[in-house]
Design a protein around this ligand. Sequence first.
Ligand SMILES: Cc1cc2nc3c(=O)[nH]c(=O)nc-3n(C[C@H](O)[C@H](O)[C@H](O)COP(=O)(O)OP(=O)(O)OC[C@H]3O[C@@H](n4cnc5c(N)ncnc54)[C@H](O)[C@@H]3O)c2cc1C
Length: 407
Amino acid sequence: MDNKGIVVLGSGLAGYSVIRELRKLDRDIPVTLVTRDSGDYYSKPMLSNALAQGKDAAGLVLTRAADMAAQLGIKLLVDTEVHAIDRANKRLDTTSGALEYDRLVIALGADPIRIPVQGDAADAVLSVNDIADYARFRGLLGNKNTVRAELVEAHSNEHISTGSMRTEVAIMGGGLIGCEFANDLAAAGHAVSVIDPGPWPIASLMPEQAGQQLLAPLAALGVDWRFGTSVSRVDRAASGYLLTLADGAQLQTDLVLSAVGLRPRIALAQQAGLAVNRGIKVDAHLRSSDAAIFALGDCAEIDGKVQPFVLPIMHAARALAKTLAGEETPVVFPAMPVVVKTPAHPVAVLPVARDAVGTWQLRSNSDGVKMEFIDAEQCISGFVLTGRYAAERNEMSKQVGQRALPV
Ligand SMILES: Cc1cc2nc3c(=O)[nH]c(=O)nc-3n(C[C@H](O)[C@H](O)[C@H](O)COP(=O)(O)OP(=O)(O)OC[C@H]3O[C@@H](n4cnc5c(N)ncnc54)[C@H](O)[C@@H]3O)c2cc1C
């Protein structure tokens, strides 16, 4: 147990970013990174737009784990699961043994939410939240195509429609990630159904006029939208699965992908007695209820907000690195629009809090929409830009907080 110093849990964007930022300030503090995966560095957002680009999981790896460790000058423990945090002794219980820390950074990410469904194939529902999930998913898509390609070859004199070459994928959830997968799968030639109890795409972030912009462009790629219903049963069928929806409709599909949201991984922190809410509660310094323990990324709730996106993580990582290097630095978030990777109809949205008071105002609508969220003080506090307006996100970000022009 010679490895005190800073221990970082998790080798995702949050874990690696904070170490990279720290190393710009200090090459000497001992840092150990513990991760239950391979530790290879990849860009998670690529998971939902890699199929159409023909990328397999290996093609998504940007830097191998050993090279990350060498570049960053850290000790890296891969394939190592952390079981418990003993705060009194500043010690971790891991599958590779005990490990002591002076300061601990928790960057454990989030788990896909599993919606309970009935049926004998409920366990066949997939989710893609990391590179290993993607490898599996892509393999299943590919297998189907290989089997069908062999079928076509073996029956070269018979007609097998090219439609049967496509894997049919039913996506549970028409939110941001569901829409991205729908666009990617459809662009890669697969048949896609999106099933969502909500009223329009990405309804939790966008008003109706904006969400509806996605309907026709994705339908033109072959996406079959099913709103106002949900998946009740998944049963095995002669080939693939039979879905039964809450409205009684039935759907035959080869794969079922769930994209209904993520839940911050708080169990370890909770068991250790740290303050948690939806995420691990931290202040603007990313400090938890224990002064020696910090958290950032998808597992953290910073000043009451969980922001599971790249830009907030980068800002948090920079601030936390300074604090860890000795200069107490609160994170200050600028306006951080989220780009939805739906090339069939691009979208950029600066979301507003669920309980925000105000109204969405339509500013322009030709080949897309430009909408602003005007709050109670008549200021712009959110926006959504779709289609040709999506490119204006940086310009719009500058207007956030300013008084809105009369409509
Ligand atoms: C498909 C998809 C597309 C996305 N697209 C975008 C986008 O376009 N733009 C955007 O801003 N955001 C996007 N996001 C969100 C963004 O990718 C995430 O917010 C970010 O990658 C989360 O990083 P993280 O380090 O917090 O978590 P993760 O990357 O999940 O890392 C968590 C780490 O913790 C490790 N771990 C977990 N439990 C344990 C344990 N008990 N012991 C040891 N190690 C453990 C894991 O192995 C992993 O290394 C997307 C997310 C998904 C899933």
